[in-house]
Design a protein around this ligand. Structure first.
Ligand SMILES: [Zn+2]
Length: 179
């Protein structure tokens, strides 16, 4: 937690502002606004399976996430996504559209707003980057232990968004009462 003003180094004080407890500098008026950090994540499918990365470092070391990462200062979400995908998976992808925006509040480093994109594979061989122990593809019915709730939710929502496959042997009911 921040203790000193980043503008003038005076001690910050807790104050109620607009109904929120905020750290405020009594000397220069600086207000420390606490906001979630924006991050991006990619849905990449290879042969019908989703690409996932196994974390090398804490938090949640050893568990799996979609390729994802925090947006750098002055970086666009799209540029962040392409950079993170390349760094973590070695793949080149195109952005194929926005899938959705999710809140993540179970990352101990910071609350996160996760911007999730559909992607289209362009090229490259799957290879784990520096902050992954392993990279692999998984069927949506056969997912590994996932590090963060938002990533589980994304995959669940994605699965639900797919058209349901008819059961083998089932036929569409004809509405034959109205002829
Ligand atoms: Zn100050």
């Amino acid at each position: 937690m921040m203790k000193y003003c980043p503008q003038c180094a005076h001690s910050l004080e807790n104050k109620s502002l607009d109904g929120h407890e905020r750290l405020v500098c009594p000397a220069c008026g600086f207000v420390f606004y606490r906001n979630p950090a924006p991050a991006t994540a990619a849905l990449i499918f290879l042969d019908g399976e989703v690409v996932m990365v196994r974390r090398k470092y804490d938090p949640r070391k050893g568990l799996w996430t979609l390729p994802s990462g925090f947006i750098e200062h002055l970086e666009s979400p799209e540029a962040c996504l392409l950079r993170e995908v390349k760094e973590e998976t070695n793949l080149d992808v195109d952005i194929a559209g926005l899938f959705g925006v999710y809140s993540g509040n179970d990352d101990p480093r910071t609350p996160v707003v996760l911007i999730v994109y559909h992607t289209k594979f362009k090229g490259g061989d799957l290879k784990a980057g520096d902050d992954a122990v392993e990279i692999a593809t998984f069927g949506l019915e056969d997912l590994p232990p996932i590090a963060f709730r938002a990533h589980s939710q994304i995959l669940e929502d994605y699965r639900k968004s797919l058209p349901e496959e008819p059961l083998p042997g089932s036929v569409l009911q004809e509405d034959d009462d109205n002829w």
